[in-house]
Design a protein around this ligand. Structure first.
Ligand code: IPM
Ligand code: MG
Length: 365
């Protein structure tokens, strides 16, 4: 039965391990629907999967679906079979296009260390115990989208350039998102830039200071990106919320993810001004392990929890999923990326099923 008031979730599995991990999140979603959650679910194509069928990584039909839904759950895009495809038709371009098309400028990437996984971190347990930081990455501007950009041949010499550009409005809207997030947490915001070298970073810093006037309860600090990368692996617990540009956020969020033991654990949300959002694990399509049934589905399942919280206002359902994940880790289930010692790793679907069993228990009490 369809009802125009029922929120609609668009599922975009994508490439590589995308379909396998999204399957597990869909099982979780179906379990919630079976227990009264009212949502419509629709599937669509993006990335290489879309290119294979339509010769476009973000085809018209997906554009229409993306416009009409309330939230999107995405797996991952990309794979080596597309290396020779023209850049504007590559799977990654589909991801960049959907972010730009829906104006998903605010990318929230929490890095939370589950106590059960402290020993899976590459850092000493005491450096990462209780780590809980949030990276707020600007997602629709900066050098990823700046014009002009070109690869050319000049006097027989190959040259290429990109443009790192922000205007003050793009900086202030991501600043507001970051300050508001910090207000709900430990009220400390670190803005990361390269103001000792780049004009665009000087403006970034200036606007951060201006917006700070409206959030006097939040402590604002600034850090150069090279130092921030070092501090993240030296003493990551000094950070509460970090805000940064598109490229710096891409790099720092991978580093932050690894602190938590596995990049296979971390969800993300990409939001526009109206909290319409796309939710995806921050790891990529991992073509090297695709199709083997060994990928970790937890980042995708946790992305579904974020989707329910931010775009559908279903806080209870979100917490139930998060608790089911914690219970599953406590029982010792580990996919190969987080396995410790010589215990046997579980498969992608075993992990999903274990979460499902725990979720059912949590819902029925
Ligand atoms: C990410 C990814 C993407 C990015 C790629 C796949 C285009 O690395 O979401 O972090 O660079 O933004
Ligand atoms: Mg990245």
């Amino acid at each position: 039965m369809t009802n125009s008031n029922t929120p609609k979730i668009l599922i975009l599995p994508g490439d590589g391990i995308g379909p396998e991990i999204v399957d597990e999140a869909v099982k979780v979603l179906e379990c919630l629907r079976g227990n009264g959650l009212l949502v419509e679910v629709e599937h669509g194509l993006i990335g290489g999967a879309a290119y294979d069928e339509t010769r476009s990584p973000f085809p018209e039909q997906t554009i229409a679906q993306a416009e009409s839904c309330d939230a999107i759950l995405l797996g991952a895009v990309g794979g080596p079979q597309y290396d020779e495809v023209e850049r504007h038709l590559r799977p990654e371009q589909g991801l960049l296009d959907i972010r730009a098309h829906l104006n998903l400028f605010a990318n929230l990437r929490p890095a939370l260390l589950y106590a059960e996984l402290a020993s899976a971190s590459s850092l000493k347990p005491e450096l990462v115990a209780n780590l809980d930081l949030l990276i707020v990455r600007e997602l629709t501007g900066g050098i990823y989208f700046g014009q002009p950009r070109e690869q050319l041949i000049e006097n027989n010499v190959r040259r290429a350039y990109n443009t790192m550009v922000y205007d003050e409005n793009e900086i202030s809207r991501i600043a507001h998102v970051a300050f508001l997030a910090a207000q709900k947490r430990d009220k400390r915001l670190c803005s990361v830039d390269k103001a000792n070298v780049l004009e665009v970073s000087l403006l970034w810093r200036e606007v951060m200071e201006e917006v700070h006037q409206q959030y006097p309860d939040v402590e604002l600090s600034h850090m150069y990106v090279d130092n921030a990368a070092m501090q993240l692996v030296r003493a990551p617990k000094q950070f509460d919320v970090m805000v940064t540009s598109n490229l710096f956020g891409d790099i720092l969020s991978d580093a932050a993810a690894m602190l938590t033991g596995s990049i296979g654990m971390l969800p993300s949300a990409s939001l526009n001004q109206e909290n319409k959002g796309m939710y995806e694990p921050i790891h990529g399509s991992a073509p090297d392990i695709a199709g083997q049934g060994i990928a970790n589905p937890l980042a995708t399942i946790l992305s579904l929890a974020m989707l329910l919280r931010y775009s559908l206002n279903q806080e209870m359902a979100a917490q139930n999923i998060e608790q089911a994940v914690i219970a599953t880790l406590q029982q010792g289930a580990r996919t190969q990326d987080i396995v410790d010692g010589n215990i046997q790793a579980v498969s992608t679907s075993d992990m999903g099923n274990a979460v499902l069993v725990n979720l059912q228990k949590i819902i029925s009490v």
